[in-house]
Design a protein around this ligand. Structure first.
Ligand SMILES: CC(C)(COP(=O)(O)OP(=O)(O)OC[C@H]1O[C@@H](n2cnc3c(N)ncnc32)[C@H](O)[C@@H]1OP(=O)(O)O)[C@@H](O)C(=O)NCCC(=O)NCCS
Length: 188
């Protein structure tokens, strides 16, 4: 691992400054029968703070970042966050990257439960990795709970490799943190 902030597992003590931004992508035509359809990615800003933090606090509960930490994440230097939004502008997911020099960290990613399993998590990750590539990042790190097979499966399928374990890192449950690394040349 580097001196970089190591994502949500490390408590995410943010740097300060201005966040970099990038263009989003389209999800294609909406299917009114599918609540997860019609969602698009766009760069997140501080204006999304309340909506993102509402998801953050409900998904991560006791491990959720505070509102002020999330504000820092959305505004600090070397960060890029994307929001997954519907046609009305409501936020249903988000993800963030920290990129400094040749190293990057996936800071966090979450999709609301109703929208999971439809490819949005993969799209958020690919947007973050595209952004990392555009910033000259050559390797990306993240940490994930050992008892999170969905996220581990997603990361492995993108080319991340498991490079280490932080035993009993997540307290009070005592769940291990798996440290993963993606060599951008190995990206799937
Ligand atoms: C992790 C998370 C963002 C994935 O979002 P998602 O929109 O459901 O993900 P996708 O539909 O794009 O699926 C991506 C991949 O995840 C993996 N996956 C999905 N569901 C899975 C399951 N039940 N078991 C194992 N792997 C699974 C698969 O590799 C899948 O790719 P595939 O469908 O092409 O095979 C979402 O589950 C989430 O928000 N979880 C709670 C927050 C969290 O755990 N964040 C990660 C912290 S490190």
């Amino acid at each position: 691992m580097s001196e970089l902030t190591a994502g949500r597992a490390a408590g995410g003590e943010p740097l300060s400054g201005d966040a970099g931004r990038t263009a989003g992508e389209s999800a294609g035509a909406a299917d009114p029968a599918d609540p997860a359809a019609g969602l698009v990615l766009r760069p997140a800003t501080e204006a999304d703070l309340d909506a993102i933090w509402a998801i953050e606090s409900s998904v991560f509960r006791g491990e959720a970042w505070s509102l002020s930490m999330m504000r820092e994440e959305l505004t600090a230097a070397h960060r890029c966050y994307f929001a997954l939004v519907d046609e009305a502008g409501a936020v249903h997911g988000y993800g963030g990257l920290l990129a400094v020099g040749a190293e990057g960290d996936i800071q966090t990613i979450a999709v609301e439960p109703h929208a999971r399993g439809a490819g949005h998590g993969r799209r958020i990750m690919n947007a973050l990795l595209d952004e990392a590539a555009s910033r000259g990042v050559r390797e990306v790190f993240l940490e994930v709970r050992a008892d999170n097979p969905t996220a581990r499966g997603l990361y492995l399928s993108l080319g991340f490799a498991e490079i280490g374990v932080r035993p009993r890192y997540y307290q009070p449950e005592g769940i291990d943190a798996i440290v993963m690394r993606l060599d951008m040349k190995e990206r799937v």
